[in-house]
Every structure is written in C-alpha cells, then in structure tokens.
Design a protein around this ligand. Structure first.
Ligand code: CA
Length: 468
C-alpha cells in the first residue's frame, strides 16, 4: 500500500493519491474511539513494538493515518478523559486532577456546565454508547446516561479488576474508596450486573459488548466510545493470552497478554465493520489516555523521556491512529495533534451543536491536503499541583517548572525534530524561543481556572502521612 508522508508544509509530491470521496462518504459517518488506559508509546506494532504483536491495532494505522506526535489532553487519566469528552482542556473548567471515587460528591467529576461529545452527537441523531471505563464522576447525575450517552456497559471509576470472582461490591453508589471501586459490579445502563452475568475476562466482555453495540445500531449513525481499562493495573490476564508470550519474562508477560487481549477485540471489531459494510464510512480512532507508567504496569515508552504523569514526552505523547477509508488515504502524519481533535473533527463534519468553544481542530482538511499549515500552533499542558507546564510547537517544546519548596525554577527547551528523548536542553541558547513560548503559555493560562476538586493523589498522600 502506498504511504503518504504528510508534513506541516502540506503533502509531499504524492499528494495526488489523497482519497477521492468514495460512495461510502456521508455527512454522518460512524465514529468509534478505542481508548486504552496507560498503554505505552512503544507498545504497539505501528510504533515499533517488538515483543507484543498488535496486528489488528496496526491495521488502523496502516489503513489510515499513523500520528507520530499524538498527545493525550493530560498526562493522567481523569483530566485526559475530561478533555477528550468535552473537546476542551480540562484546566479551563477545573478538572485537573484524577478524581477520588465519591458517589456522593457532585463536584467530583465533569462539571454540568460542560457539554460532551456524546450529547453533541446525540443532538444530530447519533446513537451513543460507552463501553468500559468512565472516570468522569461516580454520582448518579454524573453517570454516562446523564451526560449524553444512550447506552453504558462498564464501570464508573478509574480502573477495575479483570476477573469476575473479584467483583465483590454490588452497588457502585455505596462504595467509599478507590480500592473497592475496582471491585464494583459492572453496570449495564443504570443496572448493576451480578458477576455471573459478566463471566468473562473483563477485556473480552468489553470487546463482545462492542460487537453487540455495532450490530444493534448498524443501520443508524453511531458513536461508540470503547474505553478499555486495559492495560492499567492490576496486571491480570488469562492463560489464553499469556500463552502467546512464552518468551516474555516477568510482569511484562502479563502486560503483553493484556495488550494482546485488546488487540484481539480490536480485530473482531474491524472484521465486523468489514462484514457489515460499515468500514468505509466509519471513523476509527485508537489512542492511549496518557503515557505508559513504565515502572507500574511494565509498559514501554521507547525513546520518550519519563512516563505517565510527566510533562516530558513519555507523560502524554501516546500511540495515536485514525482510519476513515471513505475520505482519508493511508499516511504518516508528524505534526502535533491532540485527543481534543476527535470532538472537533466529528463536530465539524456533522455540524453538531456545542455548548462551549472547543479547543481541538478538525483534522480532515489537513489529512486530505486541503489545508496547509498546522492543526495546532501549540499543544499545552499545565499540571497545577506540580507548578509545571509544557508547550509543544512544531519545532520546539518548552517545559517550565515554577520554583517549589524542593526545586528551583526550571526551564527546558528541546528541538523535537532532532531530540525526541529531550536530552539536550537548549534554553540557554535559544532565548528568543523561550521568551515567545513562555508568553504563549501565559496567554493560554489566562483562560484557565484552578482545580475544583481534591485529587486522588492528595488522599493517598494524607493517608501516607497518617501511617507514618
Ligand atoms: Ca490512564
């Protein structure tokens, strides 16, 4: 298959190969977003993974666009998902920490002032479903069915155990701590299902539900958010997947099995789209919600510096691919894009209504060579509790850390075209770039507010202090 190389300046000479609109194209394409949890940048074949084959996930990148500089909206899960779901930086509305699991606290989740992608698409006739992890609030009012989704099959919290015999907490609304939220019964819409009704390995359950959702809604435009909690800890896998990795040692073996389970589910879903004749007119995105926490789940961010939670690349540059055969030819795209762009893309295609201004960009005109330049001049990250910032431009990335009790003020500037591992700090020599990008950060921060709820980390820190 011919590969186009797309760059900031537009298309290289192969531009004539850009897809013509085929008969599958409509102004209401289906949208499937497959989001993994804590998957490392280099844990997919299309980013060079050697020890975990992901042929099905790779199909999305190979038959569509592989984004080498795709960023999640934040470096940890909750705010990343809040950004993705609203198409807006979570820092604009105070969602800047991982929420605690609090079924009684309406403030601990996605504020009701924010519109969601599901709500927007529902308004133009889409059927909307979420399968898997929610993590945008555990109260009844913050439940997916009250935020624009027609269907829900999954769990409300930030993670979950994988074997049904460990689902020991029936009522998600009476759970009082994070650990128990990992043991909740799986919910279908508002109903908690006893574990005998979800007897499979959780990743398989989610994959099967995705097929059932598409089968139910194949004749109408749909949006499916397939939010696997894998490969987030706990590291748990079945023999079926473990046996695929006789040569992978230690805990990485379990991690590999978990990723392989996701890959199998993705394969079944793509095959189903083919069989139903839906592939042409379905946009499929694949991404991780943040960088791999390499020391926790044995993920691998490859050459990227640092891991989940960091403002270095390992924190929020993620595996990122998109397929839309009716309109986009296979390509590799190197300029920065964001998970915020999913909402902006589908919103622009469908002209669906929004409640607040989106921060993302419709990627299609760039991928089709109809628009020159960059989808984003800059991509931003603020981590309020760390006093840390990152701003990624086409060429340079600036990291700025305010002085703290422990550390001095720090400024880093990296040449992203030649220093993907962020080793060579240019801030002392490229002072003009530093000044410009600091100013851009300041301008962006003018539109932000402080976090509106105490995060999970703060509770853990309090408990750790008590224990001492
Ligand atoms: Ca995550």
């Amino acid at each position: 298959m011919n590969k186009l190389i797309l760059t900031a300046g537009g298309l290289l000479p192969l531009a004539a190969l850009v897809a013509k609109e085929s008969k599958g194209a409509t102004n209401q394409p289906n949208l499937i977003v497959i989001m993994c949890d804590d998957l490392g940048y280099s844990d997919v074949g299309f980013n060079g993974c050697q020890d975990i084959p992901t042929p099905n996930i790779d199909r999305i990148a190979n038959e569509g666009v592989k984004f080498t500089s795709g960023y999640s909206a934040y470096a940890v899960s909750g705010p990343s998902r809040a950004g993705f779901m609203t198409g807006r930086y979570g820092q604009r509305f105070g969602f800047e920490r991982n929420p605690q699991y609090k079924p009684t606290d309406e403030n601990m989740g996605l504020p009701q002032t924010e519109g969601t992608m599901a709500e927007s698409l529902k308004a133009v006739g889409y059927t909307t479903g979420i399968i898997g992890k929610w993590h945008l609030g555990a109260t009844k009012n913050l439940h997916p069915l009250n935020r624009g989704f027609d269907e829900f099959f999954g769990h409300l919290g930030g993670g979950h155990r994988y074997f049904p015999e460990e689902f020991t907490c029936p009522d998600s609304y009476t759970i009082e701590n994070e650990a128990d939220s990992y043991r909740s019964w799986i919910m279908r819409d508002h109903e908690a299902l006893s574990p005998d009704k979800t007897p499979g390995y959780l990743t398989d359950e989610f994959s099967d539900e995705a097929l059932a959702f598409v089968e139910r809604h194949k004749d109408e435009p749909f949006f499916l958010y397939l939010a696997y909690n894998a490969p987030h800890t706990p590291l748990q896998a079945t023999e079926k997947y473990l046996s695929r990795f006789p040569n992978v040692k230690g805990k990485r073996k379990t991690y590999a099995a978990m990723v392989s389970a996701v890959d199998e589910g993705v394969g079944n879903l793509l095959n189903q789209l083919d069989e139903l004749g839906l592939a042409e007119n379905t946009i499929v995105f694949f991404m991780s919600d943040n960088g791999g926490p390499e020391t926790k789940n044995f993920s691998n961010n490859g050459d990227l510096r640092d891991s989940k939670g960091s403002y270095f690349e390992g924190g929020f540059r993620v595996p990122f691919a998109m397929r839309y055969p009716a309109k986009v030819s296979p390509a590799v795209y190197d300029s920065p894009v964001s998970s915020l762009d999913v909402f902006a893309t589908i919103q622009d295609i469908t002209d669906s209504p929004v409640r607040n201004q989106l921060d993302g960009t419709n990627l299609l005109p760039y991928l089709r060579g109809e628009k020159k330049g960059l989808p984003h001049e800059y991509i931003y990250l603020r981590q309020f509790d760390k006093g840390g910032y990152a701003i990624r431009g086409e060429e340079y990335k600036l990291i700025y850390q305010k002085p703290t009790d422990k550390d001095k003020e720090m400024t880093h500037l990296y040449d992203m075209n030649n220093d993907i591992s962020e080793k060579n700090n240019l801030s002392k020599t490229k002072t003009k770039q530093v000044k410009e990008m600091r100013k851009e950060l300041d301008n962006w921060e003018d539109g932000l507010i402080e976090p509106i709820f105490d995060g999970l980390l703060m509770i853990w820190e309090k408990n750790a202090k008590k224990a001492k």
